[in-house]
Design a protein around this ligand. Structure first.
Ligand code: ZN
Length: 56
C-alpha cells in the first residue's frame, strides 16, 4: 500500500503559500491527503475552525 503523500492545494480565495503566518488545513479526500494553506483571516480557514469546534 502506498504511503499517503500530502498534496498541496492552493486556496482559490486567499492563494496563501507556505510561509510564516500562514495556516494549513489537512483533509482526507477520496483516499488522498491534501494540505491547503490559508491566510489567517481567510474565511475558508475560519469556517474550518468553526466546523472543528475551536471557535464559538
Ligand atoms: Zn484560503
Amino acid at each position: 500500500m502506498d504511503a499517503l503523500q500530502p498534496q498541496a492545494v492552493m486556496c482559490s480565495y486567499c492563494k496563501a503559500r507556505p510561509a510564516a503566518g500562514a495556516v494549513r488545513t489537512l483533509e482526507a479526500w477520496e483516499g488522498r491527503l491534501t494540505v491547503t494553506w490559508h491566510d489567517k483571516r481567510c474565511p475558508h480557514h475560519l469556517a474550518d475552525r468553526v466546523l472543528a469546534g475551536k471557535e464559538p
